[in-house]
Write a protein of this length. Structure first.
Ligand SMILES: Cc1ncc(COP(=O)(O)O)c(C=O)c1O
Length: 378
């Protein structure tokens, strides 16, 4: 009997093997409040991942990180709609974060090849809605690289702030091998959720090359205390616990080989499914969380049956992101929606195939053979 291959098999660092480090936390008396383990973690991220360039602050998860980043940077006009321009092909955390930050999500289409927010739609929204655009809120879809120089240019050209959702991008690198986001002045928010390649459990990281942004977000994440125990700005509790920081510190060691292994599995999927459509990836390495692929258009209507049959044969799959944001009831009522032609097509055909740290090429071969065989029946 072939072993089951789940969509993801989370592998956070084993807390049971971190007894000495846990005892050190107990001895220190610091359990939270940006304690010593958290300080070591932030320093390690900057030196080991971001080439000693820029600043960062941790958060208890990426959603809270996005909320405070948007709340901090968004330009707002009293009495008018304040839009956050974001793709509809994304996860619910994005529109929720915008709504909590007092903004109205303005949902736009994606590029049909890269599945990144459609540049033409972003620029049309900026021309059409002018200062009603409170922030650009792009998503680095599935760890793919956004063109951050272009967002820098758009920000200067239109005087609009930017917050990047890079939930799945810890480990993704640009063409010149730098970490995605390195050197970018606007906040870039990463997730350490257990389903990501950088799996810890719950956790977030906000990066910016602008020290003042990180200082403000650190204060916002600590109840808005700009002065000792005195709120000088909006705030909430966004702090990562010391145990959460310890897990992330442990995850950093050896993480490059995790990303490289996942990338090798991704290449195998592409080689073994030549008749399927894959995301066009910008950059060098991608921290693959799972392997998204588009079914041939003729098979889109059979997706539920294909998923069910894969499941019966022991292969876990997903359909991220379907339903996309505009299709979800709450967001249908709370968001503004532009044309979504590519989003509809991609969401209708998307199938997320398994990737995990302990899969090997034979597992990928089996997934692809079973998928090809099922598809041949239709
Ligand atoms: C695109 C996107 N944004 C934000 C998040 C939220 O991350 P977290 O679970 O760390 O809050 C996720 C989580 O999966 C995501 O996929």
């Amino acid at each position: 009997m072939a072993r089951r291959i789940p969509l993801t098999r989370p592998r956070p660092p084993a807390l049971s093997r971190l007894g000495r480090e846990l005892a050190a936390i107990e001895d220190s008396g610091f359990y939270s409040n940006y304690g010593p383990v958290n300080a070591r973690l932030e320093c390690a991220f900057i030196t080991q991942m971001f080439g000693s360039q820029g600043y960062c602050v941790t958060a208890c998860n990426a959603t809270i990180g996005l909320m405070i980043a948007l709340r901090h940077v968004a330009r707002r006009r009293r009495g008018s709609c304040n839009f956050a321009v974001m793709p509809s092909f994304t996860f619910a955390a994005m529109p929720h974060a915008a709504l909590w930050a007092g903004l109205t999500p303005l949902l736009i289409d994606i590029d049909p090849q890269t599945w990144l927010p459609l540049a033409e739609a972003e620029e049309r929204m900026l021309r059409q809605h002018g200062e009603q655009i409170a922030a650009l809120f792009p998503y680095a879809t599935f760890g793919n690289n956004l063109d951050l120089d272009r967002y820098d240019w758009l920000s200067r050209q239109y005087g609009v702030p930017v917050v990047v959702d890079a939930a799945g991008s810890l480990g993704s690198t640009t063409d010149d091998g730098r970490a995605f986001g390195a050197g970018f002045a606007h906040p870039v928010v990463f997730s350490m959720h257990v389903t990501k390649a950088f799996a810890t459990g719950e956790g977030g990281l906000i990066y910016s090359a602008d020290e003042s942004i990180i200082a403000a977000l650190r204060a916002m994440g600590n109840f808005g205390f700009g002065e000792p125990r005195s709120a000088t700005m909006p705030g909430l509790n966004a702090k990562l616990s010391e145990v959460g920081a310890l897990l992330a510190l442990a995850k950093l060691y050896g993480f490059t080989s995790v990303v490289a292994h996942r990338a090798t599995l991704g290449v195998a999927y592409r080689d073994l499914l030549p008749d399927f459509t894959f995301q066009h990836l910008n950059g060098r390495l991608h921290a693959l969380q799972f392997m998204p692929v588009l079914l041939p258009a003729a098979l889109a209507a059979q997706r539920a049956e294909i998923v069910a049959e894969l499941g019966r044969q022991g292969i876990g799959t997903g359909t991220y992101f379907q339903p996309h944001i505009a299709e979800q009831p709450f967001f249908g009522e709370t968001c503004m929606v532009d044309r979504l032609d590519a989003t509809q097509d991609v969401a209708a055909r998307i199938l997320s195939l398994p990737i995990s740290d302990d899969m090997d090429i034979e597992d990928v071969e089996r997934v692809c053979a079973v998928l090809r065989e099922i598809c041949r029946r239709y």
